[in-house]
Design a protein around this ligand. Structure first.
Ligand code: SAM
Length: 248
């Protein structure tokens, strides 16, 4: 058992080598893809955080999560990065009781809102990690253990000098690809055309991934519920671009 853990940790470290610039080891501060907003908690979000954190939140530690102890049954695992207020992730978990879901988010009001939903719906197939997704994916998951990764409407960081804060970058996608099982999927969506083009370029350059919809194509009829940021973008007249890539 210990031997197995040693081998898998070693394998994990090897796979993570290419991703080492995600978490710099020198004194430079890591580039964060988010700013912690001081959004006020509603009473119900605060209550959910106080009363249900222990039931549905996996505390972040820089070590592997034993997924078999997290869910009552082993099922396909989907991870959503940056679920915001969590409405679309909640809808997916309700509609697909035979899949397991983990949502990763740093925004506490969103975590409170999703905790409320999980509790009201009595879901046992959806858990939350409240921490930087880059560190979570790097430290908590072994290679080839995730069936699907999804990032919907990530912060677009539209100013040129902020572009480096976009979460979809070659090193992060390489890390995600390593964590996916064979034929696992990455589903991305954005309402910023420039970010969509950047995503397509990064994803198509990633060795080990192929565009499920054919070279240079976006996914025109994605099978996902709408999200809060998507609706906000649509009110502003933005388009929507979805991308689906498969691990070869
Ligand atoms: C623009 S919002 C979109 C939220 C949601 N997906 C939607 O479509 O409504 C992006 C979210 O990603 C979260 N986020 C950004 N970088 C993150 C990271 N490295 N780890 C966890 N969450 C992150 C932010 O806190 C924010 O809530």
């Amino acid at each position: 058992m210990l031997h197995q853990r040693f081998i898998s940790n070693r394998w994990n470290r090897l796979l993570s080598k290419a991703s080492c610039n995600l978490i710099p080891t020198d004194n430079k501060r890591p580039i964060r893809s988010y700013v912690i907003r001081s959004g006020r908690l509603t009473d119900s979000q605060r209550k959910a955080l106080e009363n249900h954190w222990m039931d549905h939140v996996i505390e972040y530690e820089a070590e592997l999560i034993d997924i078999n102890t997290v869910f009552p049954e082993i099922r396909k695992l989907t991870i959503e990065i940056g679920f915001g207020m969590g409405d679309s992730l909640l809808a997916m978990a309700v509609e697909n009781p035979n899949s397991n879901y983990i949502g990763i988010e740093v925004h506490k009001p969103g975590v409170g809102k999703l905790l409320q939903g999980i509790t009201e719906r009595k879901l046992n197939n959806l858990k939350i990690i409240c921490h930087d997704a880059k560190e979570v994916l790097l430290n908590c998951f072994e290679a080839r253990t995730i069936d699907k990764l999804q990032i919907y409407f990530p912060d677009p960081w539209p100013k040129k000098r902020h572009n480096k804060r976009r979460i979809v970058q070659p090193d992060f996608i390489e890390l995600l690809e390593g964590r996916l099982k064979q034929n696992g999927l990455i589903h991305l969506a954005t309402d910023w055309q420039a970010y969509a083009e950047h995503m397509l370029e990064v994803m198509e350059s990633a060795e080990g991934l192929q565009n499920y919809c054919g070279d240079s194509n976006y996914w025109l009829q994605p099978d996902r519920p709408g999200t809060k940021f998507e609706r906000r973008g649509q009110l502003l007249g933005h388009g929507v671009w979805d991308l689906l890539f498969e691990k070869r």
